[in-house]
Design a protein around this ligand. Sequence first.
Ligand code: FPP
Length: 244
Amino acid sequence: MAVAPAFDDQQPVPNHVAIIMDGNGRWARARGLPRIAGHKQGAEAVRSTVRSCKDIGISYLTIYAFSSENWKRPASEVDDLMGLLRLYIRREIASLGREGVRIRFIGNRSRLDSDINRLIVEAEENTKDNTGLNFTVAINYGGRQEILDAVRAFADDVRAGSHAPEDISEPLLESYLQSQELPDPDLIIRTSGEQRISNFLLWQSAYTEFVFTSILWPDFKHEHLEQAVQEYQRRERRYGGSGD
Ligand code: FPP
């Protein structure tokens, strides 16, 4: 017999869920393991969350895998994280592609190793016609940097004569963002009890609902995603209006 979901399946579920995956280090420390063990288990949680999104009917999933601030970590941890991403993209992406998942990457690619860049381009190219879950991985991503890059690109177009300064508008600026093909997130989940945005999707989260959970990312399971969806459904979204 199928178990009833924690959320109301008669009500809409969020179209776009974005996740700040936090707590890998604490998960490892609690077990006396090196930090990389937490990141590895975190990669498993990513794998299962992609499947959960498909089950629940969420159309877009975006995860914060490496922020532009994460370079400040010890070189050995950065290497471990990059190694894990490399492995994940190589292994997982092929099977996700077969399951109809469309994969995209956001973030500044210039500082990533060339082989990772090649894998990224290949994954995007190989899955571009897929119509299932839209899965976006943010690597070397920073929200302020993304907005700055968009403003610079617009300024270049003004200088080149293809836009006038007064053309700038919200939709026009959005067309310069890396996330231009993604709808704004309806729900952002942050794990491990921290309650910060940490430079994630700053422009896009203007009207996003936030759910914070004390679960550490490596322990995040289908039931936790269902609980977050249930919490989202309890909220009344007004987009600045009165709700009448
Ligand atoms: C935060 O935990 C998590 C990260 C910095 C990176 C997230 C990366 C993964 C889940 C693994 C790689 C991803 C993929 C897609 C394979 P933390 O180290 O800040 O934890 P702490 O706050 O407990 O120290």
